[in-house]
Design a protein around this ligand. Sequence first.
Ligand code: SF4
Ligand code: SF4
Length: 189
Amino acid sequence: MQLTNRSKVVSKKEMTFAEKLYFPAILGGMGITLKHFFKKPVTVSYPEVKRDIAGVFRGQHTLKRDEKGAERCTACGLCAVACPAEAITMTAAERKKGEESLYREEKYAAVYEINMLRCIFCGLCEEACPKEAIFLTDRIVPSNFERDGFIYGKDKLVEGMNENRVDVTKRQTEEVNEFKKDKHYAHNK
Ligand code: SF4
Ligand code: SF4
């Protein structure tokens, strides 16, 4: 029974003498290779040369700080629940007196990890976050020889201070901001 109309009947006909010599096929293959010598290469010498990528490219995540430098993440876990790859894990902790400048809310993520080998860079964590705390960026996750090296903790995820902040304004397009103003979805503060 045919499941689609794209199936082809494979013929097992005897090879001709010329085909058995293989030379015509080898010469044909070399001809194709030679043709590509004169074409503009489509490859780039990464990492020396990098392709332009869109500002909304979904690459390595960043955990944002607020305008005063306090971590925005409140360890609510919504990003982890939204993640289809189960790549995010965290441990919540309670903010102590005197830590107001470090953490924006009374609860914060003492541990926050993303397994970059599991992540499919779908961006659902960014969409689910009610605190504008997690964003994907245009940075590419570098290669690593060790699997452990792909578990990104807060040391790699939380953005730096002052000039080391990660600019995510390109992701906050007019449409995105309009969407967040909608009362029905207005959970982002
Ligand atoms: S980008 Fe998608 S897969 Fe990756 S951590 Fe976020 S929700 Fe999970
Ligand atoms: S959804 Fe946002 S605030 Fe909640 S744990 Fe994830 S990054 Fe933190």
